[in-house]
Design a protein around this ligand. Structure first.
Ligand SMILES: Nc1ncnc2c1ncn2[C@@H]1O[C@H](COP(=O)(O)OP(=O)(O)OP(=O)(O)O)[C@@H](O)[C@H]1O
Length: 288
């Protein structure tokens, strides 16, 4: 469906924001994970035809989106990170405005989308009273007006409370049944339960692209738990990769990424996805 071939984006002579990324994506939720500045937004903007690769190609159903961007735009929904709503208009008016811009004439579609994002009861309220989560859901409804095949959502859960996060996550999971939904985040738990694949970006490069299960499988045997005293903790901090340290009285309960048992009494632990990604990062660094 969507294929990235050696996509690179440079800003000026020195900055490579996206560095030779190749990916092949189909329907389902893809989590694009990376720290601030990793290149997620730049990559999404290129997929959304808002920026052009400096080199490489992005193909949608085999056609280069740079050659006919309007064909891609017709099949795309995009919710940018800094999505804003005119606060004095209602959700309904906002949707009607964008429906007119996008040439969507069916008023029932607006109603259905407001129901899908659970804003139908609030449709006539001014958006000035909306919470961050409600605004984000309105953003998704807007992005779905043209019934896109690809939905690109940049950092959708930033600033949301846990309940809104969960609601938003479920909505994206539902949409991923028949669309390609690309969601960027730096919070692994936001996508770990819904993403069929995780694309990990680091310094503009694609560090890995795999299923959560495969990422977990690679980390098994490398994540340890141990309870140690303060001196041993200091030693381990210098000699291993400590993933987590919890003080418990005189002892420190540790989770450690290490290729073999890091200290006497250490036990192999089942990694969380976050730990697996960190363990993978360390393993790559050690191998380099
Ligand atoms: N228009 C631009 N001009 C110059 N540099 C840019 C531009 N857009 C992004 N960058 C740089 O490219 C790199 C990648 O930025 P990008 O916003 O894509 O990262 P990100 O992973 O989305 O980060 P965040 O989570 O903070 O949004 C950063 O070093 C950023 O400063």
């Amino acid at each position: 469906m969507l294929e990235l071939q050696n996509v690179t984006k440079r800003f000026g002579a020195d900055l490579v924001a996206v560095d030779d990324v190749s990916l092949h994506l189909h329907a389902g939720v893809v989590g694009l994970i990376g720290h601030n500045g990793a290149g997620k937004t730049t990559l999404m903007q290129m997929i959304a035809t808002l920026a052009r690769p400096s080199s490489g190609r992005i193909l949608f159903d085999g056609a280069d989106i740079a050659v006919r961007p309007e064909a891609m735009r017709r099949r795309l929904g995009y919710l940018p990170q800094d999505f804003g709503v005119y606060r004095n208009v209602s959700a309904l008016e906002f949707m009607q405005y964008f429906a007119a811009l996008k040439g969507v004439r069916d008023p029932a579609r607006i109603r259905r989308l407001l129901e899908l994002v659970n804003l139908h009861d609030q449709a006539r309220r001014p958006a000035s009273g909306f919470s961050g989560g409600m605004l984000r859901r309105l953003g998704i409804a807007q992005a779905l007006l043209n019934d896109p095949d690809i939905l690109v959502v940049d950092e959708p859960t930033a600033g949301l409370d846990p309940e809104e996060r969960l609601r938003f996550r479920n909505l994206l999971a539902e949409l991923g049944f028949d669309k390609l939904v690309i969601v960027s985040t730096h919070i692994v738990s936001d996508v770990e339960s819904i993403a069929g694949r995780l694309a990990i970006m680091k310094n503009g490069r694609l560090a890995a692209c795999d299923t959560p299960d495969a990422i977990l499988a690679r980390a098994r045997g490398r994540v340890w738990s141990a309870s140690v005293d303060a001196d041993e903790y200091e030693r381990l901090r210098a000699a291993t990769h400590v993933l987590q340290a919890l003080r418990q009285g005189e002892q420190v309960a540790l989770r450690i990424a290490h290729p073999y048992s890091p200290c006497p009494g250490a036990r192999l632990a089942e990694p969380s996805l976050e730990e697996a990604l960190m363990a993978q990062r360390y393993a790559v660094r050690e191998a380099a």
